[in-house]
Design a protein around this ligand. Structure first.
Ligand SMILES: Nc1nc2c(ncn2[C@@H]2O[C@H](COP(=O)(O)OP(=O)(O)OP(=O)(O)O)[C@@H](O)[C@H]2O)c(=O)[nH]1
Ligand SMILES: [Mg+2]
Length: 324
């Protein structure tokens, strides 16, 4: 059976004040920008695409960078590159932000995309943007060869824009990670949270771990079996209800409380950390086809919601009295 995203699950949203300010900041800055580097997380290339950033920066030449490819599933990274590169005026590449050689090639690519820029009178101005924790600051540091920007494995590290001079005629702007006010695809919320793009207080670890496990059971049962030393067959791992699997993992990893009960919160944190730190293996949580299905389902749910709202508004409208 294919993995289906939750229908009525609580939707994860995170749009704190600094993101609202970042939106305004990018809106202003974009006027004097030549190329946009949109950093995506290669483990969630659909869910880390920010529609609000697209509408703010979509009119500029851009590179879509599938970052963290070193921890993503290579076959799926290729599928996403093909998918993005098939779209008009889109250049997509995959890399690891800590690697210097591809980062240098990226600077070259920017020059190709804006050939009229360069020289002191017309310096190249590049904006780096993306959802939180995808590696924007790491990329800036690698491109410049210096540790200009603070980078850490937590969402919301960069709080203000920062200009870095790569060369006399090449400027880079690092921006704070930004989500959008309403994430309509429930699975995107879970995938963003699992991947570290959502602030800790904005989601429930147990729910996120269960969604993560449900997906891994369908697509990566061998990795689960190996990491948690499960004695079940891969088919049995796939068939197990996700909450039973979480309990089993808790027992295997010794997350036991007084009275022998399994500490599900601790187990959930452990599973999420194993995914984030790549201890589970190279994983990608969505394919282009799956993501398109989730998008279509969300659009349908949105249309139904809108229709319900309109029907309700009609019901509430005061009826006109008939004239005698
Ligand atoms: N495996 C891997 N980890 C990476 C890569 N790029 C960045 N990271 C790690 O991802 C975490 C987040 O990196 P940052 O550069 O702070 O991300 P950011 O996009 O600037 O984050 P915000 O400022 O919070 O929006 C850090 O722990 C980095 O070491 C990569 O290509 N591969
Ligand atoms: Mg940053």
């Amino acid at each position: 059976m294919d993995y289906l995203p939750p229908l009525a699950a609580p939707v994860i949203q995170w749009f704190p004040g600094h993101m609202h300010l970042t939106r305004k900041l990018i809106e202003e800055r974009i006027k004097a920008i030549d190329v946009v580097i949109e950093v995506l997380d290669a483990r969630i290339p659909g869910s880390s695409f920010n529609p609000m950033l697209q509408s703010l920066t979509g009119h500029k030449p851009r590179v879509k960078l599938l970052n963290k490819q070193d921890v993503a599933d290579p076959q799926r990274t290729q599928a996403w590159l093909d998918w993005y590169n098939a779209q008009p005026e889109t250049r997509a590449i995959a890399m690891d932000a800590a690697e210097p050689a591809p980062a240098r090639r990226l600077a070259e690519l920017c020059r190709q995309l804006a050939p009229l820029r360069g020289g002191l009178a017309k310096p190249m101005r590049v904006l780096i943007c993306g959802v939180p924790n995808v590696g924007k600051s790491t990329l800036i540091n690698t491109m410049s060869g210096k540790k200009h920007a603070k980078a850490a494995d937590e969402a919301g590290i960069t709080k203000d824009e920062q200009r870095i001079t790569l060369d006399d005629d090449f400027y880079l702007w690092d921006t704070p990670g930004m989500l959008w006010p309403r994430i309509a695809i429930p699975q995107s919320g879970f995938n963003l949270a699992a991947s570290g793009s959502v602030g800790r207080n904005a989601y429930d670890e147990e729910l996120v771990a269960l969604e993560l496990l449900a997906y891994l059971q369908q697509h990566y049962p061998a990795l689960l079996k190996a990491r948690y030393k499960l004695t079940l067959s891969e088919a049995d791992i796939t068939a197990l209800p996700d909450d039973e699997l979480l309990t089993l993992i808790g027992r295997q990893r010794g997350a036991v409380m007084g009275g022998g009960r399994i500490d599900l919160q601790k187990t959930a944190e452990l599973v999420i950390t194993d995914y984030r730190t790549h201890t589970l293996g190279r994983i990608t949580l969505e394919t282009p086809e799956e993501f398109a299905q989730w998008e279509a389902a969300a659009a349908q749910a949105d249309a139904q919601r809108q229709a319900r709202k309109e029907a309700l508004a009609l019901e509430k409208k005061p009826k006109r009295r008939k004239r005698r």
